[in-house]
Design a protein around this ligand. Sequence first.
Ligand code: HEM
Length: 153
Amino acid sequence: MYEFLLNFHSIFRYAVMLSLLFSIGVAYDGYRNKKRFTKSADTLRHWTATIAHIQLIVGFILYFKSPIISFFYSNYELVSESWNTIFFAVVHFAIMLIGIVILTIASAMAKRKPSDELKFKTMLVWYSVSLILIVIAIPWPFSPLSERPLIRY
Ligand code: HEM
């Protein structure tokens, strides 16, 4: 179960990032070229947030299953020596949560904006902020924060 969730969570990062990138591209094009906020743009807005929510739920389940996290909560005195543990228990969790909360609020705000221009603008600005936070908190093999593989198999 834990192995499966970790693999899923690892590969699903690409779905989160690609959907955000695609949404940002569509929002930029729509805003710049004063396009109509069509049904497909709205579906994209909605599914991008939903994909991030799936990752959030899997992240929470992983949080309760992970040996790294249980080590964090049961060995307070040793934790300060293990940055990797602090990263996943606090930093990764907090930044990802903030990124997904921003994305959720932005999606709801964009939906309610009175004009198509404002819908695209809201998506463009806040989906970009969310993507930046998520990219920073991913443990890329080249990240200074914590290193994990690009793909698990
Ligand atoms: C968009 C949001 C997120 C993305 C893109 C993401 C991405 C990742 C990636 C790439 C890893 C490394 C997986 C590997 O070792 O191959 C990871 C690990 C982890 N993530 Fe996330 N994550 C997100 C949100 C969250 C959230 C919100 C939580 C907690 C509620 C969470 C909890 C964890 C935990 C506990 C691990 C380490 C598990 C372990 O090694 O035992 N993640 N995450």
